[in-house]
Design a protein around this ligand. Structure first.
Ligand code: FEO
Length: 394
């Protein structure tokens, strides 16, 4: 395995996790990659590590280009262990290297690993480090999505190395977006944003504004997961999408999420779907028994209307619905219109727990709707009216 040149004297030396199907609860049907970059300048600089179990792949790629004793700097943009897991072993091979990170990064490294003897250069927002012909400039992006998160910009190559930002959990033979199936990768980029960065949209907007104010000239964005955005057109495409997602601009779609025990809640879900179809509103319907939570959330940036349906079990939310609502509460997407619905046997009103989460998220809502046992045609007609009330919200 060798390093692959992405710009003159800058090489991808990451690892491809073809078989990854799950990333801390997030389904990753297309695997993922942990991208790392080696800059062959006067002071040879490695940017980011990989997951611990893929360290040998990274080492082999680095060895195809240089001896570890020649590495001067290791930039740690982010300490989550999919990017830092290999750092202890790399530091054993290159003990002379200085780690460039911010103060939160240093603290996090020390909290994860035995860092005895490691040298650091601690940077702040906007600091630069010369590595020879090139200057690296660092943009700290705290809580995008960890306190330590930062991005590295290589001015001479118009190259942004943003770590998690602009990434996708996608693994293929390709390194560049232009060589990959476009719609699949764009979907994976949207899914990544929704499942990882949704809680931090305010920070994302701020980072985009900061980048705009710094007037960075970027013609390549090489994230730490998935494929590289190359050329102005692709850079503008992914920056534009992030801007739209961060601002909560959607495509006016409806997403119906539910589970069902004996088909009653499913009947309501199908009824709601019909109302949206009749109104010419694009709609997706997901039963939690067959769809992963992360797959459903990937659709949320496009959605204006979210409906969550619950079959009451033992006077509580159905466990899969409760799990989804908990996940949603943490991701906290803004600016949606919500309707909670469901069925019950003897305790009405459990769907109000879903409604309270909608309210906590600041969504517009209409009155929750639930029905005892199986909804008959008159009930379905009343439910249709409730869905229409949701659509009528301004
Ligand atoms: Fe890809 Fe936040 O780690």
């Amino acid at each position: 395995m060798k390093g692959v040149e992405i710009k003159k004297d800058i090489y991808w030396v990451g690892a491809k996790d073809w078989n990854l199907q799950e990333f801390h609860g997030y389904a990753t049907p297309h695997g993922s990659t942990y991208n790392s970059y080696l800059i062959m300048d006067e002071k040879i600089t490695l940017v980011d590590g990989v997951k611990h179990y893929m360290v040998n792949e990274q080492i082999e790629r680095i060895k195809s280009l240089t001896d570890f004793s020649k590495i001067a700097y290791i930039v740690v943009n982010h300490v989550e262990m999919d990017h830092s897991g290999s750092i202890p072993q790399l530091m054993k091979l290159a003990p002379q290297a200085t780690i460039i990170t911010n103060s939160a990064g240093k603290q996090a490294l020390e909290a994860h690993f035995d860092t005895t003897g490691w040298n650091y250069e601690i940077i702040k927002m906007g600091d630069s480090v010369s590595i020879g012909k090139r200057t690296l400039t660092f943009m700290t992006t705290p809580m995008l999505h960890w306190p330590d998160s930062m991005m590295t910009y290589v001015k001479e190559d118009k190259l942004l190395l943003p770590n998690d930002g602009f990434g996708q959990h996608y693994c293929g033979d390709e390194l560049f977006f232009k060589d990959a199936p476009r719609e699949v990768v764009l979907h994976d980029a949207q899914s990544y944003f929704a499942n990882i960065l949704y809680p931090y949209v305010a920070q994302a907007e701020k980072a985009l504004q900061t980048a705009a104010s710094l007037n960075l000239d970027i013609d390549m964005i090489a994230p730490s997961h998935g494929l590289i955005w190359s050329g102005k057109e692709e850079v503008e495409l992914i920056l534009g999408l992030y801007d739209k997602w961060a601002k909560g601009e959607n495509k006016g779609k409806a997403v119906i999420v539910y589970d069902t025990m004996w088909g009653a809640t499913e009947k309501l879900a199908e009824t709601a779907m019909g109302v949206f179809q009749d109104a010419g509103i694009p709609v997706s319907k997901y039963c939690l028994r067959t769809h992963e939570m992360s797959e459903i959330i990937a659709d949320f940036p496009d959605a204006e209307y979210i409906l969550i349906g619950n079959p009451t079990l033992n006077n509580q939310l159905y466990p899969r619905v409760a799990g989804f609502v908990t996940y949603l509460r943490g991701l906290a997407p803004k600016g949606k219109k919500g309707l909670a619905f469901g069925s019950y046997g003897w305790k009405p009103g459990v769907v109000k727990q879903i409604q309270s989460v909608f309210e906590e998220l600041g969504w517009q809502t209409v009155e929750p709707f639930d029905e005892k046992y199986t909804p008959k045609s008159d009930v379905l007609e009343r439910f249709k009216e409730r869905v229409k009330e949701l659509i009528a919200l301004k």
